[in-house]
Ligand binder design. Structure first.
Ligand code: HEM
Length: 153
């Protein structure tokens, strides 16, 4: 699998717009994830005892941003030949998610959350092509993390 230059450009274009609105989009992302899978609430330290999704929680923002940014990085697959995550390693990501009780099926939930958030974030720039590019990038990243989870399990 490799990305076309057009797909790369679409992923980057969306991120350039989204990064101007991180707090709101982070909140939106978690709202979507919990709407799709309410039980996922119990996995996150910053959500499990909260009545509502906290408005301005650094950990919440950090998870959302990492998911978005690492998905963006996954498009570099074309140049690098493998998924590379900066500031972390796939092995570490595999191990954290395994420890937290994350399972394969959760990755599909988060994917839907990501796509909805990109759609919301970019407004009229949203297109089927942009959705396809983000889907592919996310799938590559998720597969790489799941591979590490399986190695360790
Ligand atoms: C933690 C990234 C998908 C649940 C983390 C951390 C990162 C990360 C970087 C922080 C690790 C640390 O420094 O402690 C990602 C990426 C994902 C992804 C890039 C998708 C491709 C998921 C999914 C779930 C999930 C699908 C489950 C719904 C969690 C939980 C934590 C965590 C529960 C611990 C957070 C806490 O309670 O403070 N993730 N994640 N992640 N992730 Fe993910």
């Amino acid at each position: 699998m490799s990305f076309s230059e057009e797909q790369e450009a679409l992923v980057k274009e969306a991120w350039e717009i989204m990064k101007e609105d991180i707090p709101a989009l982070s909140l939106y992302f978690f709202t979507q994830v919990l709407e799709i899978a309410p039980a996922a609430k119990g996995l996150f330290s910053f959500l499990k005892d909260a009545e509502e999704i906290p408005q301005d929680n650094p950990k919440l923002k950090s998870h959302a941003v990492k998911v978005f940014k690492m998905t963006c990085e996954a498009i570099q697959l074309r140049e690098k030949g493998e998924v590379v995550v900066s500031g972390s390693t796939l092995k570490y990501l595999g191990s954290v998610h395994l420890q937290k009780g994350v399972i394969d099926a959760h990755f599909a939930v988060v994917k839907e959350g990501v796509l909805r958030t990109v759609e919301k974030g970019v407004g009229e720039k949203w297109s089927e092509e942009m959705k396809g590019a983000w889907s592919e990038a996310y799938d590559q990243l998720a597969a790489a993390i799941i591979t590490e989870m399986k190695k360790e399990a």
